[in-house]
Design a protein around this ligand. Structure first.
Ligand SMILES: Cc1cc2nc3c(=O)[nH]c(=O)nc-3n(C[C@H](O)[C@H](O)[C@H](O)COP(=O)(O)OP(=O)(O)OC[C@H]3O[C@@H](n4cnc5c(N)ncnc54)[C@H](O)[C@@H]3O)c2cc1C
Length: 472
């Protein structure tokens, strides 16, 4: 943090005094509220912010940031706190800026399939409110995340194989810069070849370049027919081979998710999934007009059979389908329920799909050598998977889990992958960025950070490892 002669505590005091004049009832220093904003999910790191400020408008965010900029006080944007790499853990003497009261839908342009929302709205709430339009927003991370947080982590989920990630589904943003200046990026059109792509710059920037207050989203028509099925395999390689062939053949599956036998056992118990065995399992969803769905189903069955698929079990009713996908979304909690006193640390890596089998083989060797239990599941259609490492909730237990995580990431990077397909960097993945991106690209990122946030007040210590001209 650049120099300022006052102590960090005095600077923070000055900011809170300034802000209390206009937004006293939006500022909380209650211990329980500070605790809620001291950590995200899964990762062990935590620190209390000195105060939590609940923004209710873009102007509020601007007021807070301009005060923090003037007094060099760090500020961490907070959506729902479901991120899992320590993204929202504040540095010392920091403010947590909570966007969760900004939940308005500002416009729905059904005829153009887009809408504009405030950043604190959750995707579940958006979809419930626009149901009557016949449209929906498809990006579905497992947690009840905000759309601003999803932009900031470049989130994806089970539907990315068909609809893409936040990167492909955001048309524009309103962003408050570190100085408090408000800008708009992008617009409503599907494409534009003008200027630098600032929307993409903020997508995935983890609150380090600006605070997003409004999001222009692409919407999609609800498919006429949805069909879901489960196919089990005795051998994980056969399941991965099936997925690879489905993607290579261009079958437009809506979702294809994998659970290994350990995860399946956990989910059978937790989600009361009856009629399934603890085997490697693929969860499929097909969508479209009835004839198109039938075609996709037949093509998928034809690929699974020679790969020793044990047959398709269909979820016929809407209730059965939603039970199946709820079980998939609850996989983290199912793993946690295996050992309620333990800590569950989620890994996240991605490789080109043809290398998925090789990576998973190596990961199984690492899990075995570690002696830890680590269910594996993933958005395999994208080459992306997680292991949910179950470890003792002690410093030694955490260290053992991070050791395993490091080995998994090293394997993914060696196979031309990425250390995170969707969870982001936060603090947990900082050590891998230089290997993944190279020193040259990192120095461009540091230059951007220095230009856009010269006093390093925006979520310092996240996304970008300290290095030349950037101290974190
Ligand atoms: C059970 C479970 C399952 C999950 N599954 C998935 C999954 O399938 N796919 C996936 O991608 N993720 C998944 N996640 C991770 C998490 O849900 C996503 O990272 C999500 O996008 C975080 O949104 P949030 O609103 O909780 O953001 P937060 O956790 O509050 O914040 C995340 C980051 O974004 C910044 N931020 C938040 N709001 C803003 C804003 N308005 N402007 C600028 N910066 C902001 C924060 O400073 C922080 O750096 C899962 C998490 C859990 C607990």
């Amino acid at each position: 943090m650049p120099e300022n002669s006052a102590s960090a505590a005095d600077r923070l005091h000055a900011v809170l005094t300034t802000l209390r004049a206009s937004m006293a009832d939006q500022i909380s220093t209650a211990p329980s509220v500070r605790e809620e904003h001291s950590h995200g999910e899964a990762m062990t790191a935590a620190r209390l912010p000195e105060a939590v400020i609940f923004a209710e408008s873009t102007q509020d965010v601007s007021t807070v940031l301009s005060a923090c900029h003037a007094h060099r006080v760090p500020v961490v944007a907070f959506g729902a706190g479901t991120s899992i790499e320590g993204h929202v853990v504040p540095p010392e003497h920091a403010i947590s800026l909570d966007l969760s009261r900004m939940t308005d839908i500002l416009a729905v342009n059904a005829e153009d399939l887009d809408c504009r929302v405030q950043a604190g709205l959750t995707r579940q709430s958006l979809n419930a409110q626009i149901r009557d339009t016949g449209l929906f927003f498809p990006v579905d991370p497992g947690g009840e995340a905000t759309l601003g947080g999803m932009c900031a982590t470049r989130a994806s989920g089970t539907a990315a194989v068909r609809y893409g990630t936040m990167k492909e589904n955001v048309l524009g943003l309103t962003v408050v810069l570190a100085t408090g200046e408000i800008i708009r990026t992008g617009g409503r059109v599907r494409k534009s070849s003008t200027g630098y792509d600032l929307t993409s710059l903020f997508i995935g920037s983890e609150g380090t370049l600006g605070v997003i207050t409004e999001v222009q989203l692409r919407l999609h028509g609800r498919p006429e027919t949805l069909s879901a099925a489960v196919c089990q395999f005795e051998n994980l390689h056969d399941a991965v081979q099936t997925v690879m062939e489905i993607i290579q053949c261009g079958i437009p599956v809506n979702r294809v998710e994998l659970m290994d036998p350990v995860q399946m056992q956990a989910s059978i118990q937790f989600s009361k999934l009856e009629g399934y065995r603890a085997l490697t399992t693929l969860f499929f969803e097909f969508a479209g007009a009835p004839a198109a769905v039938q075609e996709q189903v037949s093509a998928t069955e034809a690929l699974a059979e020679p790969n020793n698929g044990l047959g398709f079990a269909w979820a016929e009713s809407a209730e059965d389908r939603s039970r199946l996908w709820k079980a998939r979304h609850d996989a983290f909690w199912a793993a946690k329920a295996l050992a309620p006193q333990a800590r569950v640390i989620s890994t996240d890596c991605i490789v080109p799909i043809s290398r998925l089998g090789t990576l998973i083989d190596g990961v199984y060797q690492d899990i075995k050598a570690s002696g830890l239990r680590a269910p594996l599941l993933g958005h395999v259609g994208d080459g992306n998977f997680h292991t949910l490492i179950i470890t003792e909730d002690t410093p030694e237990g955490h260290a053992q889990a991070w050791e395993l995580d490091k080995k998994i990431v090293a394997r993914a990077l060696a196979l031309e992958g990425s250390c995170s397909g969707e969870h982001g960097v936060g603090m947990g993945k900082l050590d891998f960025l230089e290997t993944e991106h190279g020193a040259g690209a990192l120095s461009v990122m540091r230059a951007l950070k220095n230009t856009m946030d010269p006093h390093h007040i925006l979520n310092p210590g996240k996304l970008l490892p300290a290095g030349p001209a950037y101290t974190g």
